[in-house]
Write a protein that binds this ligand. Structure first.
Ligand code: PMP
Length: 390
């Protein structure tokens, strides 16, 4: 019997009891004073977490909705845009821009690698008609984090608009929106925000507002201008995701108590611990180590456990050991598994996960030194902070 399964998918993520209780509050009128206060708390908390004074808009939608809102508000037919594609969510951003009539320049790298800021520099220098760069910060399908600080410098130097899919990074990996000059940053409640899926949050810079006023793509549900006017009055255009907002407000309070630097450090430690466990199990990471993600670790299944055997392994982890991890996406289906470690995940949780990883692999005949993954994890989480590279 598993009384409390370990949810180690890279979204949805575990929900702390405090957040769950906050979401159980009685329903309120979304045109009344309590909602006005709720919206103000959520928006100011998000501005703190995004490290921005830009406007933040919230919509009842998943992260893809936030991405679609950017396309609908910023693009016009035949607009030329650059999308660095380093995995499935980069593909999604490119497909989405195409669906809105943009001419998409796709810059791809092999899955497991990050975009090279120098390549982006060269493409933008060669293509002055590219107006906008749509980039994934943390590619959840491969467990790779793009070097967004450098990319943002390049994009700014070329004077193009920078739109960032920060769905699995903001609030877990440092993304200082204002100091990096990110025009639009997008995230969603089921990731580092420790809440259920259903709320997308989008920050919009002055330059993005100027573009929004000129862009001609069709928009309705996600019209940012209408959302801004409504939010200025303490309301939203449609019925908001009230219970999820109760949860996000509570989660933001917990995050403020922990502080952003501590949260970012915790995620780095968890990721380092999982990478050590993977090595101790004789398994291979998908990501190049220097760009491996602090929030999700993608691991090749052992040769003998790829395909259907891998599905069986995931079932054993889930049914026998209460460990829920994610499989691969796209051409990596059946080849990798992904461990999510963002949001409400502690260092002690990682010890339990390593133990369950070992147990399932042992049941399926994979050979390694018993206890090696647990020991590797403990080695990392007991080490002083200074041994971790930022
Ligand atoms: N981008 C990234 C980086 C993601 O991780 C996800 C969700 N896994 C999405 C976009 C899409 O978000 P959603 O599933 O909430 O629409």
């Amino acid at each position: 019997m598993n009384f409390s399964p370990q949810l180690r998918t890279p979204g949805p993520t575990p929900i702390p009891e405090r957040v769950q209780r906050a979401m159980a509050a009685p329903m309120i009128n979304h045109r009344g004073p309590e909602f006005k206060a709720l919206l103000a708390d959520v928006v100011s908390g998000l501005q703190w977490a995004f490290q921005t004074s830009n406007d933040i808009l919230v919509f009842p939608a998943s992260g893809t909705g936030g991405m679609e809102s950017a396309a609908a508000n910023l693009l016009s037919p035949n607009e030329r845009v650059l999308v660095p594609v380093i995995g499935a969510f980069g593909e999604r951003f490119a497909d989405l821009a195409e669906a809105f009539g943009a001419q998409v320049v796709r810059y791809g790298v092999p899955w497991g690698e990050a975009a090279d800021p120098q390549d982006i520099d060269e493409i933008l220098a060669k293509e002055p008609e590219i107006t906008t760069v749509l980039v994934t910060h943390n590619e959840t399908s491969t467990g790779v984090t793009n070097r967004l600080g450098e990319i943002s410098q390049v994009v700014r130097r070329h004077g193009r608009l920078l739109v960032v899919d920060g769905v699995s990074s903001i609030g877990s990996i440092d993304l200082p929106v204002d100091s990096w000059g990110v025009d639009v940053a997008i995230t969603a409640s089921q990731k580092g925000w420790m809440a259920p899926p259903g709320l997308t949050m989008v920050s919009v810079s002055k330059a993005a507002w100027t573009r929004q006023g000129k862009a001609t793509a069709p928009r309705f549900y996600f019209d940012w201008e209408r959302a801004r006017k409504m939010q200025a009055q303490g309301a939203t255009f449609t019925t908001p995701a009230i219970s999820i907002m109760f949860g996000v407000r509570e989660a933001l309070q917990m995050m403020r108590q922990e502080s952003l630097p501590s949260i970012f450090r915790r995620h780095q430690r968890l990721a380092a611990a999982f990478r050590a466990a993977v090595g101790a199990l004789g398994l291979r990471l998908l990501a190049q180590p220097e760009v491996a993600s602090p929030t999700v670790t993608a691991v090749y299944l052992p040769e003998a456990l790829q395909g259907d055997a891998g599905k069986d392994l995931l079932r054993t982890w889930r049914e026998k050991y209460g460990l829920v991890v994610a499989g691969g996406q796209g051409h990596l289906t059946g080849k990798i598994f992904r461990i999510g470690h963002l949001g409400a995940v502690t260092e002690q949780d990682v010890v339990a996960t390593a133990s369950a990883l070992e147990a399932g692999l042992r049941d399926h005949g994979h050979r390694f030194d018993a206890g090696a993954a647990v020991a590797a994890v403990e080695g990392v989480i007991r080490a002083p902070d200074t041994t971790l590279v930022a």
